[in-house]
Design a protein around this ligand. Structure first.
Ligand code: FE2
Ligand code: FE2
Length: 181
């Protein structure tokens, strides 16, 4: 498997883990218990810093090549590309809402819960389509030179939590993940 595809699948595992943590916090919000808004905000900072900046653009490059080789992938690729914009937009909205809560503003619980649950469901179903359809097609269609081309074209950020160096602003989220796993 290409290094790029390995990275994309590793990212999905990490993202799924964080979505499960977010979902658990949505249950806490729903039950009107003390939710950890700082934790949720840190997760959304990560989602908008790494997946939106590097994971999805990397996929866009892979999908563009896939479309070139496989006409029948046109529909799924168009959908996934459109969803990348939706994920970024929904993620930013949710992150800003959490920022307000952390800063002490009042946000209605059901609005926060609905926004969070919608984000989780949207991103999960998006990744499922990639895992079951777009990724297997790309693995079949792209040549080693194509994968190298993707690797050299992407202006990637290193993952600030699951990568080799933990960024200071993500240290508390990293510690939380270590404690939970
Ligand atoms: Fe994606
Ligand atoms: Fe993805």
């Amino acid at each position: 498997m290409s290094t790029i595809m390995e990275q994309l699948k590793t990212d999905h595992g990490n993202i799924s883990h964080l979505l499960a943590t977010l979902e658990e916090q949505m249950r806490v919000v729903h039950d009107e218990e003390n939710a950890d808004f700082e934790l949720m905000h840190d997760i959304m900072m990560y989602m908008t810093h790494y997946p939106d900046h590097t994971h999805h653009p990397m996929e866009d490059l892979v999908f563009k090549k896939l479309k070139h080789y496989d006409d029948s992938a046109e529909d799924v690729v168009t959908r996934l590309e459109r969803e990348h914009a939706g994920i970024a937009e929904k993620g930013q909205r949710f992150r800003e809402m959490l920022r307000h809560v952390v800063d002490g503003a009042l946000v209605e619980r059901d609005v926060l819960e609905n926004t969070g649950r919608e984000y989780i469901a949207f991103l999960r179903s998006h990744m499922e389509i990639e895992d079951s359809d777009a990724f297997p097609r790309a693995e079949k269609a792209l040549s080693p030179a194509d994968w190298e081309d993707v690797a050299s074209s992407i202006k990637a950020r290193t993952d600030p939590i699951f990568g080799p160096v933990i960024a200071d602003e993500f240290r508390s989220l990293y510690d939380y993940i270590q404690r939970e796993s």
